[in-house]
Design a protein around this ligand. Structure first.
Ligand code: SAM
Length: 271
């Protein structure tokens, strides 16, 4: 059985799977097929797999000429380099890697550790100019937040940061039973199709992030109150800036589109 095989291989490699590193390994061949079908890698792609683990997906990606693997667990890396000698195996915490050093046209695949999902997705967004697209498996609820449109509970800093740089295409849901150890929650595939430019012009990205974070600081309050409570822009006439941007200060942060945040940000630059 696949479960036994995964357990034996982990034993032989002396790796005790931990929750902290999100070490749940795909043991279901049809789930691997789904990822390949959904992600559709091409021979000209500069492929990067984040967290290849025991290599369930790696063996499919290795059919293509250019493949880099970034894995935090040293024993996996030693094994992966033996099995896939042509691959560029990097033993590192991906959060500390400068992805732009791997090229400017990366196609990323990753069944990501849940504990680091936000950090890794923010890393990808910050590296948008180096990435063509990313095909990721993440917790289903996390994918819903990535894809959320204004007006709902799932819409927030993550949705805005991601959709500023990427189109979000959601894919099939994968049951927690497809992993060893079995995951308690379902996963979902998602593709982020990156642009070299943000979706609307943002002269000061740092300020944009601060404005969005302040707007969502108290997401249940009115946006003006939330920005004030965040203390990020002490001394500025928040209500006036909102009005000048054509935004009713009585609205809530989750109702504003990305374009409205860009407009608001423009007022903070002037203010
Ligand atoms: N891709 C494999 C699969 O589908 O069976 C393993 C997926 S498992 C959910 C996540 C993998 O990411 C593990 O191999 C884990 O060791 C690795 N990992 C966890 N945190 C990491 C990090 N910060 N940087 C690189 N790899 C990481």
């Amino acid at each position: 059985m696949e479960k036994d095989r995964a357990r034996d291989r982990l034993g032989a490699l002396r790796v005790h799977p931990t929750k902290k590193l999100g070490q749940n390994f795909l043991i279901d061949a049809s789930a691997v097929d789904e990822i390949v079908r959904f992600g559709a890698p091409l021979s000209e792609d500069n492929l990067l797999e984040i967290g290849p683990g025991l290599g369930a997906l790696t063996k499919e990606l290795y059919r293509f000429p250019r493949l880099t693997l970034i894995e935090i667990e040293e024993n996996f890396c030693l094994e992966l380099q033996k099995r896939y000698p042509r691959a560029n195996v990097i033993n590192a915490d991906v959060r500390l890697v400068d992805l732009s050093e791997l090229g400017s046209d990366l196609v990323v695949f990753g069944n990501l550790p849940y504990a680091f999902s936000s950090e890794i997705v923010f890393l990808l967004v910050d590296s948008a100019v180096a990435i063509k697209r990313a095909v990721l498996m993440l917790q289903k609820e996390f994918v819903e937040r990535l894809a959320a449109k204004p007006g709902g509970r799932d819409y927030g800093v993550l949705s805005i940061s991601c959709q500023l740089w990427a189109q979000v295409r959601t894919g099939p849901v994968i049951s927690g039973e497809c992993f060893h150890p079995a995951a308690k929650v379902d996963s979902q595939l998602v593709e982020l199709i990156f642009s070299k430019e943000p979706r609307c012009p943002i002269p000061d990205l740092f300020l944009f992030k601060r404005v969005v974070a302040a707007a969502f600081f108290k997401r249940r309050r009115k946006i003006g109150n939330s920005i004030r409570a965040s203390q990020a822009f002490r001394g500025l006439p928040i209500e006036e800036l909102l009005e000048r941007a054509g935004i009713d200060p009585g609205r809530r942060a989750e109702t504003l589109s990305i374009e409205e945040y860009a407009r608001l940000c423009g007022q903070f630059e002037l203010g």
